[in-house]
Design a protein around this ligand. Sequence first.
Ligand code: TXE
Length: 459
Amino acid sequence: MIQVENLVNGQHIFLEESFDDISPLDSTIIAKVPRTKKIDEAVMAATEAQLQWGSLSIIERCYWLDNIANALEDKIEEIAELESLDTGKPYDIARNVDAERSINNFRFFAKFGREIRDDEFVMEDAINHIIRKPIGVVGLISPWNLPLYLLTWKIAPALLMGNTIIAKPSEITPLTAHLFGQICTDIGLPKGVINILHGYGSEVGQEIVSHPDIKAISFTGGTSTGRIVAATAAPLFKKLSLELGGKNASIILDDADLDITVPGVLRASFLNSGQICLCGSRILVHSSIAEEFLTRYLSELKDFEIGPVISEEHRNKILSYIQLAKDEGGAIIAGGNIPDKAGSWIEPTVIGGISHNSRTATEEIFGPVVTIHTFDTDDEAIEIANCTEYGLAGSVWSKERGFEIAERIDSGMVWVNTWLHRDLRVPFGGVKNSGVGREGGMWSVNFFSEVVNICVKEH
Ligand code: TXE
C-alpha cells in the first residue's frame, strides 16, 4: 500500500485524515491519499522561496528544468508503472505517452527558455523594452486522464518564468505526483519552490483558487468545474488559464485516404479509453463512403487495445449516456457492454442513427463512446461540427480540401490527416466552453509572467 504524501516546504508529509485510491483495473485499494484542507503553510513556503527562485537568471532555471528531466528519465519505468496502476491505462501508453511526455515538457521548456529574447519596439526618440517578471506563487490544478503529463505541462513553464508552485493533482490519480515530489527533493530543488497538496477539489482545490496570495491559476478539468474556478478567481483578479472539455469532430470527406483515415480516426476515438479532451467523439463521414469506412473501422476496432475507464463512478456516467443514446433513438453498432471481470472496464462503443443535436451527440461523455453521423455537403459537415457548446479540437481527413474545411471549424485546434500530432511550441486550448487562454511555447511563457513595458526616452 502506497502512502501518498504532501510536499510542503521540502518536507514530505502524510496526513492522518486520508482517503483511498482505488485501482480501476481490479477495484483494490492501492494507496492512502492525504485529505488536505489547509494550505497556508505551503503558500508561505512558496512565497518565501519565490524571492530566491525568481532572482535566478532564466538560464539557471533552465538548468534546473534539465535536472528535473534527467531525474525523471532515470525513473521512467517507475513513472509508467505508477501511472498505469493508477489510471488503468496499458503500460506501453503510460510509458510512451505519459512518462515520455512528462520528461519532454521539462526538456522542451529548458530549450525554449534559452532561446527567449525580450522584444524591443523602437520609436524615433525612445525604445520600448518588454521584460517578463515572475507572477509570484501560482496554483496548478490538473485532472486524472493524463496525470503527470498535464501537471508537468504547467509546472515546467511556471518554474521557468520564476514562479513558485502550489500544485494539486487529481485526487483520483495522485501516485506520479507523489513520486515527482520525491524526485524534486532528491535532486535538491530548493525547498518551497514546488509544493504539492493532495486532496479533494472542493476542499484543497477551492482553497487554492480562493487564496489571496496565489496570483494565477492554471486549471485543466471539466467545464462545470472550470465555471466554479472562474467564478471564484475572477473577483480576486487572478490570472486564469482554463483548459476544459471537448466534443470534437473527426470529419471524413469523400476524398479521404481510408488507409490512413481509418486507423487515425480509431485512435482519435479510443486512445486512453476516450478519456482525452482532444478525442474525436463524433465521427462525421461523407455519405458516399460511410459504409466502406464503417466496415473497415469496425474491423480494426476488434484489435484496438484499451484499458478500463478511471473509476466505477465514471463508468456509471458513461453507461448512463449509452442508455440515453438508446432512449434518444440511437442504435448500438458495437460495444455497449461491461466485460465480465473486476475493475471499471467497458467495451468501446459506437453509436449510430442518432441526431447530431441529441444530448448524446453534444454532451461530453469522456469515455470510449463515439457517435457516427453522415453528411452530403461541406456546409452540412461544418454545421454538425460546430453545433455543440464546445470548441476544443477536431480533425479533417481529406486528400485535397482539409485546410479549407479546418478553417471553418470553431475550435482552438484542428488536425488535417492526423490527430494528436503535437508540437509544443504551438498554441493549445479551446474556444467557446472549452476554455480560456492558450498553453504551449510562448503562450505558456506569457501566461506565467507579468509582461512589463519600460519606455526609455533618449536625452
Ligand atoms: O474533473 P474535475 P472530474 C471532464 C470530463 C469528466 C469531467 C469531470 O467530462 O467527466 O470533467 O471529471 C479539481 N476548485 N474532464 O470530476 O472535477 C479536481 O480535484 C478547484 C475533462 O475529474 O474538473 C481535479 O484536480 N479545483 C478534462 C481537477 O479539478 C477543483 C480531464 C479536475 O477535476 C474543484 C478530466 C474546485 N471547486 C475531466 N473541483 C480535460 N479537458 O482534459 C474539482 N477540482
